[in-house]
Design a binder for this molecule. Structure first.
Ligand code: PLP
Length: 363
């Protein structure tokens, strides 16, 4: 596994060190394509709601108040016992790793770095499975084989950083195999609300005790600072995960927002309308400029910046000088800096990005 290159932050959305790296001033105006967040911004009612919830801050979150949990259960059509509210998707990943502390984990690469980091934190041996080719396909045979002797395997649907979607049929076979090998199959659905059609695996929870679904409310609602996510799984597993969670892990403001966020169907509809248009147009336009872009079912896409990391770094700096921040891919094994990841944003921002890429091609 590739170590994080020095000076390249491990996550998107970290603007200051990248400006410094490219010799740009801290106040250089930037449109952030590096964090995969909804460009609609949080729902418009949120500030009022936050102000009204302020008095909750002078009390500890009540562990017996399962209002948020019930709202999620209703929304997902599952029993509340199957739900654990977490401090972002990140805590859900760390809890899944903690459940298998000292065991063996399987991660897909290139993939979200927190799976391996969480597993190492809890003393798991991490085995990695490479995606194939420039379409980043999961090699099903290799994946089925790799589950042998593995306690916990992490899949991501749609996959970060590639945007690709592992076919349902493949997940079904992996789940059957996980049942036989006694492996917990964690499917990270942090970006599931962005897929075309409903790809959530929630209906599969019945009768598949080895499946854990992981959600984030960060991406869809543009709320990375709130720290809200949840896990869905078999009731006994959820109970064991809850026992590993820190007390008051999810703050009172976050808990108070779960029900109204999930109830805002209009926000979801507007998000889907925005994304359908941009996802149909932008990756195709970037491909037309001659860049390799794998098919994406997410709100972001990868592009090959050139034959090597050096060319991509030049493109990265070229874009940043024009106020467009891409996500570098140093630290993603198999990408190793030669690719850039870009979030889909609003039409005007995306047009600026395409124009800058065209300019790079002309240069
Ligand atoms: C695939 C994936 N899962 C989980 C997370 C964590 O999300 P959260 O901000 O809810 O902790 C991220 C964040 O980038 C992610 O990309």
């Amino acid at each position: 596994m590739t170590a994080q290159a020095p000076d390249w932050p491990a996550h998107g959305g970290r603007i200051a060190p990248l400006l410094a790296r490219c010799g740009l001033p801290a106040d250089h105006p930037v449109i952030d394509f590096s964090a995969n967040l909804n460009p609609l911004g949080p729902p418009a009612w949120l500030p009022d709601r936050l102000a009204a919830a302020g008095e909750a801050l002078s009390r500890y979150p009540d562990p017996d108040d399962d209002h948020a949990r019930r709202a999620i259960a209703d929304h997902e059509g599952v029993a509340p016992e199957r739900v654990l509210v977490t401090n972002g998707g990140a805590e859900a990943i760390y809890l899944a790793a903690a459940l298998h502390a000292g065991g063996r984990a399987l991660v897909v690469e290139p993939g979200f770095g927190e799976y391996a980091r969480a597993c190492r934190h809890y003393g798991l041996d991490v085995v990695s499975l490479p995606l194939r080719g420039e379409a980043f396909r999961l090699d099903l045979e290799a994946a089925l084989h790799a589950l042998d002797g593995v306690d916990v395997a992490f899949l991501c649907r749609p996959h970060n950083p590639t945007g690709t979607l592992i076919p349902r049929a493949d997940v079904e076979l992996l789940l059957a195999r996980a049942h036989a090998t006694g492996t917990t199959l964690v499917v990270d659905e942090a970006f599931i609300d962005f897929t075309e059609g409903d790809e959530r695996l929630t209906p599969w929870l019945d009768g598949t005790p080895h499946l854990l679904l992981l959600r984030s409310m960060t991406k869809l609602y543009d709320l990375p600072g709130l720290r809200l996510g949840y896990l869905l799984g078999a009731p006994d597993r959820v109970r064991r995960l809850a026992a590993l969670q820190m007390p008051w892990s999810v703050n009172a403001l976050a808990l108070s927002l779960v029900a109204p966020l999930l109830a805002d169907r209009d926000y979801l509809a507007r998000t889907r309308a925005w994304l359908a248009a941009e996802r149909a147009a932008v990756p195709a336009a970037v491909r037309d400029l001659g860049f390799a872009v794998p098919p994406t079912q997410a709100n972001f896409f990868l592009l090959r910046g050139g034959p090597d990391a050096e060319t991509s770094e030049s493109l990265f700096a070229f874009l940043l000088h024009r106020g467009l921040l891409a996500r570098h891919t140093h630290g993603f094994a198999g990408l190793d800096g030669a690719w850039l990841r870009l979030a889909l944003r609003g039409a005007a921002d995306n047009a600026r990005l395409i124009e800058a890429l065209a300019e790079w091609r002309r240069a």
